[in-house]
Design a protein around this ligand. Structure first.
Ligand code: PLP
Length: 403
């Protein structure tokens, strides 16, 4: 694409679109700023504030002069704290050389793909997927291979379907459990099968564990490393403090895995961002090493909202919704309404329906098309119960007005 007589943009930029979730959120905020009574269900962040002790640690870091560059991989203290957390929570042994701190979980994933993907490499991505995986793989020169998951199986990963998409070019697989957008948690049985395939074929397994603390089942969420500890040299864990500690704006994530992969990622980070912001690293250190009741409080706040949302959606004729076992999203199927019209305008898919919800119901949501699943729309329940009740009333009325 030419942007002047003399210059063209790089081909890689033309392959990808900006993040649709950030775009919807921006549109909802702009409408609200213009005076519209918008209920925003598009947000991907907890509605509680960062815990006070974490904010205090960030402020103290500034007062103590932690305002300079840190090592590219992150401060030794924070990398050590990540290792201690993984030992305490999961019993896994890692050392700080196997940890990279990044500017949010998103940037950690970006670094991972940049470090491992060559042109022609294929990366298996179960769908519905988090919006950024395919463009990140493309930006690294690889090919995202989308593996469909089925609503009828509660969006569990299906090893037999996976096998149909694996080729000799498969380099890696991305696992995201609990999932954004479905809230699905992969079963232990399925993970054990995927582990066997990954081990036999030498795939790198990238586990995006961003929502691990927001699991509505018993105990800890099943993880592929527990399914088969032999995979340890093939697994890169991606996580961060954004969701568990309501720290989305601080931009701290972490990746943990084989030394060689982390070393390669550090090389990339040293030539791009240098390091994540120093005060944010001190705040994240307080989050990981301080009291751990906040993620529990968050989870408890979400439980009644989730129950209400799912029940309200399921009560609408033609709508079905899997009960999310984790994260803070519901992902109902609205395809029964596709083909209907409003004022002569046809609702031909999730983008048109989400637009209709925004225009007519003043409800912001994210079309499933953004996650590779056009039958669905994503609503976040990281908002008050009052908003959820109001929003569901509006959605019901808007759907009833379709012809
Ligand atoms: N992974 C998933 C599945 C997410 O939903 C998000 C954020 O929405 C991220 C990673 C990135 O989080 P961060 O804000 O730390 O970059």
């Amino acid at each position: 694409m030419m942007f002047s007589e003399k210059f063209v943009l790089a081909d890689r930029v033309l392959q990808v679109a900006p993040s649709p979730t950030l775009a919807v959120n921006a549109k909802a905020k702009a409408l609200r700023a213009a005076g519209a009574d918008i209920l925003n269900f598009s947000v991907g962040e907890p509605d509680l504030s960062t815990p006070i002790h974490v904010c205090e640690a960030g402020k103290k870091a500034i007062d103590d002069g932690h305002t300079r560059y840190t090592p590219a991989a992150g401060t030794p203290e924070l990398r050590e704290a990540v290792c201690a957390k993984l030992k305490k929570d999961q019993g896994w042994d890692y050392v700080p050389d196997q940890v990279q701190i990044s500017c949010g979980g998103k940037h950690g994933l970006y670094n991972i793909f940049q470090a491992i993907v060559n042109p022609g490499d294929e990366v298996l991505i179960p769908s519905p997927y988090w919006v950024s995986y395919p463009p990140m793989v493309q930006l690294a020169g690889g090919t995202p291979v989308i593996v469909p998951l089925r609503q009828e199986s509660d969006f569990d990963i299906d090893p037999s379907i996976l096998a149909q998409y694996a080729t000799d070019k498969t380099k890696a697989i991305v696992l995201n459990s609990p999932s954004n957008p479905t809230g699905a948690v992969y079963s232990r049985a399925a993970l054990a099968e995927v582990a066997k395939m990954a081990y036999a074929n030498g795939w790198l397994v990238i586990t995006d564990d961003m929502y691990e603390d927001l699991f509505y089942g018993e105990g800890r969420v099943p993880h592929i490393l527990h399914a088969d500890p032999r995979l340890k040299d093939q697994v890169v864990l991606s996580n961060g403090v954004s969701k568990s500690f309501a720290m989305t704006g601080w931009r701290i994530g972490y990746s943990v895995g084989p030394r060689e992969v982390i070393k390669a990622m550090n090389k990339i980070q040293s030539q791009s961002t240098s390091n994540p912001a120093a005060p944010s690293q001190y705040a994240a250190l307080a989050a990981l090493t301080g009291p751990q009741d906040f993620p529990r409080q968050l989870r408890e706040a979400f439980i009644p909202r989730r129950a209400f949302f799912v029940e309200a959606l399921e009560s609408i004729t033609g709508v079905s919704c899997v009960n999310p076992m984790g994260a803070f999203y519901v992902f109902p199927n609205f395809s029964a309404y596709y083909g209907k019209t409003f004022n002569g305008q046809i609702i031909d898919g999730s983008v048109a329906l989400a637009d209709y919800f925004l225009g007519e119901a003043k409800v912001a949501s994210v079309p499933g098309a953004a996650f590779g699943a056009d039958a669905f729309i994503r609503f976040s329940f990281a908002t008050s119960m009052e908003n959820i009740k109001k929003g569901m009333d509006r959605i019901k009325k808007a759907l009833a007005a379709l012809q």
